[in-house]
Design a protein around this ligand. Structure first.
Ligand SMILES: Cc1cc2nc3c(=O)[nH]c(=O)nc-3n(C[C@H](O)[C@H](O)[C@H](O)COP(=O)(O)OP(=O)(O)OC[C@H]3O[C@@H](n4cnc5c(N)ncnc54)[C@H](O)[C@@H]3O)c2cc1C
Length: 428
């Protein structure tokens, strides 16, 4: 990774906080839009794409689920196309394998039909499937009806992110890892960014901090009025001998009032087949295990008025998810509604991810992407699934709304803290 030069650090016209796929896509798009600007990404971890981006299902979503007219629908539909094109152009392993969404009971048929109509309205090449036609695509699936969504694909978003980094650097941008942003100060219209690697200066700050985006916004005195509530998604993996049970992607009919898609089967680009994710409240923002607790994170969640309104509204779903989290049998029972041949011995625990889900004070889960602009900052307050699919479009959306920032080419500040860090590194 790029280390800051010893001595002074140059100022940057644009600083992006967060080295996940959204921050990296934004940095790439900003660099393209303003080729002369100095663009810097600050990431707190030593590795990039370590959180949501590196712990997801790896699906290039089609856009079928999203409300017509929403930002999510627009950027996901465009994102599906641009992600596949990007992967082709840059030789990133991917596959447009399509997926089936299936109703397993008659009561789900109206929702399936709604989804089908939504797909048509979005201009997708969706097709209704009889149970027999579903079995021609996925021989082990049992259902009462299905729809085929051929434009859905699979990819590894870590690989996509690595390519974004390469392109950012080739455009002259810098990516600084191990730099946790702790505070933002506005000094005469310039943003001073206090980090664990010293201070940086920016004309404009773009907050893409994912699970911490609300806190980073608050560091800068920006009130986004939403709280990030972390929802862990746990996966199991089919043992290799049983991978043949699923050829590509098999999804249930979703609960349209809930922003999660329900546990499904996903063939990953490496050939493994994952089942999940569920959606349980995490007691830590980056809490990937059931036992992970961070008192400050938990306190922040439960003292937010919206949380209790949400809990009252969805306590049944919440309890079901918690049972599925602690009981493999319950998890498998759910999967057997899609593929009845699956049994407990076929599944091994796999990775988990934590979703950054924005919640409003009235208890509403923010469904759409939410990007808010301040005077010299922009905050990505809600970028849940399918933000990885839509990342190129989100990046372009952000870049197209930025003011042109012009700063003197000379550095104005001497960053003593960084000088010290660089000297230590030099000696080592
Ligand atoms: C279980 C799960 C499954 C999903 N499946 C899919 C899917 O199949 N397809 C799809 O399109 N989307 C999917 N998503 C959604 C997708 O992964 C996310 O929407 C996307 O990765 C969000 O990217 P991001 O850059 O906003 O967040 P992140 O990837 O979380 O990146 C944010 C970065 O900010 C850094 N950061 C935070 N605070 C600071 C700070 N103070 N200073 C510096 N850096 C900081 C973090 O370390 C992190 O690297 C899934 C998500 C989850 C959790």
């Amino acid at each position: 990774m790029n280390s800051p030069p010893a001595g002074t650090l140059p100022m940057h016209e644009y600083v992006i906080i967060g080295g996940g796929i959204v921050g990296l896509a934004a940095a790439m798009a900003v660099g393209k839009q303003y080729p002369k600007a100095r663009v810097l990404v600050l990431e707190k971890e030593q590795d990039l794409a370590k959180h949501q981006t590196g712990r997801n299902s790896g699906v290039i979503h089609s856009g079928i689920y999203y409300k017509p007219g929403s930002l999510k629908a627009r950027l996901a539909l465009g994102g599906n196309y641009s992600m596949v094109k990007f992967c082709r152009e840059h030789h990133i392993k991917h596959e447009v394998c399509g997926k089936v969404i299936v109703a397993t009971k008659a009561s789900e048929l109206p929702i399936l039909e709604n989804l089908f109509q939504r797909g048509l309205n979005h201009g997708l090449a969706v097709a209704r499937l009889s149970p027999k036609q579903v079995q021609e695509i996925e021989p082990h699936v049992r259902c009462v009806a299905g729809i085929n969504v051929p434009s859905t694909g699979i990819v590894n978003y870590r690989e996509v992110s690595a390519k974004y980094v390469e392109l950012i650097k080739s455009q002259g941008g810098t990516v600084q890892t191990g730099a946790r942003v702790d505070r933002l100060r506005d000094v005469n219209g310039t943003q001073v960014i206090e980090t664990s690697r010293g201070e940086f200066e920016a004309g404009f700050v773009i907050n893409c901090a994912g699970l911490f985006s609300d806190r980073v916004a608050r560091f800068g005195g920006f009130n986004t009025s939403v709280k990030i509530v972390p929802f862990r998604g746990e996966y199991y993996e089919l043992v290799p001998e049983r991978r043949h049970l699923v050829r590509s992607l098999v999804y249930p009919v979703p609960n349209l009032h809930f922003p999660f898609l329900g546990v499904h089967f996903t063939r990953m680009i490496d050939g493994s087949v994952h089942a999940g994710p569920n959606a349980v409240l995490a007691f830590k923002r980056e809490g990937y295990h059931r036992t992970d607790i961070n008192c400050a994170d938990l306190f922040e969640t439960i003292t937010f008025p919206g949380f209790w309104k949400l809990a009252r509204r969805y306590y049944r779903e919440g309890l079901t998810e918690m049972v599925r989290s602690v009981s493999k049998r319950a998890f498998v029972e759910n999967l057997r509604q899609l593929v009845p041949e699956v049994n407990e011995d076929d599944l091994l625990p796999a990775h988990s991810g934590v979703r950054a889900q924005a919640l409003m004070r009235d208890g509403t889960l923010v469904d759409d992407f939410l990007i808010v602009k301040g005077e010299n900052s922009m905050h990505v307050c809600n970028a849940p699934s399918p933000a990885a699919t839509a990342s190129l479009e989100i990046g372009r959306f952000i870049a197209s709304r930025l003011p042109k920032v012009t700063l003197p080419r000379q550095s104005r500040r001497i960053y003593l803290a960084n000088q010290q860090i660089c000297r230590v590194n030099d000696v080592a």
